[in-house]
Design a protein around this ligand. Structure first.
Ligand code: PLP
Length: 286
């Protein structure tokens, strides 16, 4: 079956899906995006993802491309046309196409909207969750507003490639103080020897992950204490468990950091439990 993309008002074959050469997303990374899980044909936590999209747009003074109800319709239709049961839906809004000039284009310039959907095999995620993953650490060289889900992802791209070349699945950014901020496309967590969950506060130094937010509720229901505070690479290496969270991977246990085993080097019970319970707390739309 051929894939279909939504591009500025039209559903088009994926191979023909293209934006203007002067789209500001293409030329300046002047845009934002969201990735939402699709599970059993339903959008997971769409409300929270669209709230965050609105916030990202507001912070960058980009107008919404359409109303929330209309966008939800486009997301569902893109999922439907691609016959995605389990997978991801991606949406991107840029400041539109205009003659290249750094400052904002004329106020009437329409924002550009692109939506794609693709299937993912849940069994593959389950296998990764069983084996656990390796991460490497890299210096956090990103700008100071990574709380905005901007398409400007060059440091993340380079970090992910470095991880891949090192045989790892994710890269954890480490700030100048030696503290882990987050992964290249995930939030970072550890479980201390006392059993507390630790993750960095969602200030401007990380993206406030939707999965992270929902996991706070899962943790509370499991009677787990969550400490939102900075943790160092050294503390992570001493931790009982570590894991990453994202809409695409939910919870994936981290069993090696820079080649060193975390805890006993095996997947731990806390990460396993949080992963199992996540969808009891996430919102499944229609
Ligand atoms: N941090 C970064 C840098 C990300 O790119 C992502 C997801 O893309 C996350 C964290 C996790 O966010 P969410 O749980 O909303 O997928």
């Amino acid at each position: 079956m051929s894939r279909i993309a939504y591009v500025n008002g039209r559903y088009v074959p994926h191979r023909d899906a293209s934006v203007h050469v002067e789209d500001r997303g293409y030329q300046f990374a002047d845009g934002v995006y969201e990735v939402c899980e699709v599970r059993a044909g339903r959008l997971i936590d769409a409300r929270l993802h669209l709230d965050r999209l609105d916030r990202s747009l507001r912070e960058l003074r980009i107008a919404p491309a359409m109303s929330r109800a209309a966008l939800l319709t486009v997301l569902r239709e893109t999922v439907r046309r691609n016959r995605v049961r389990d997978g991801l839906v991606y949406m991107q809004v840029t400041r539109g196409a205009a003659r290249r000039d750094h400052a904002f284009p004329a106020a009437q310039t329409a924002p550009a909207l692109v939506v794609t959907a693709r299937a993912a095999d849940p069994a593959q995620g389950a296998r990764l969750a069983e084996s656990g993953i390796a991460v490497i650490t890299v210096p956090d060289t990103r700008w100071a507003r990574v709380d905005i889900k901007s398409v400007s992802l060059l440091p993340n791209v380079l970090a992910k490639q470095q991880a891949k070349e090192a045989g790892a699945r994710e890269a954890w950014f480490v700030d100048a103080a030696g503290n882990v901020t987050e992964g290249a496309s995930t939030n970072a967590w550890i479980v201390t020897s006392a059993g507390a969950l630790v993750t960095r506060p969602a200030d401007s130094g990380i993206l406030r992950g939707i999965t992270r937010t929902v996991l706070m509720a899962v943790a509370a229901s499991e009677g787990l204490r969550v400490e939102e505070r900075a943790f160092s690479r050294a503390e992570a290496l001493e931790a009982r468990e570590a894991f990453i969270s994202s809409a695409s991977g939910i919870v994936l246990p981290v069993v090696r950091i820079d080649g060193q085993a975390v805890g006993d080097g095996k997947v731990g019970p806390v990460a396993r439990r949080l992963r199992t319970r996540f969808h009891d707390f996430a919102e499944a739309g229609s």
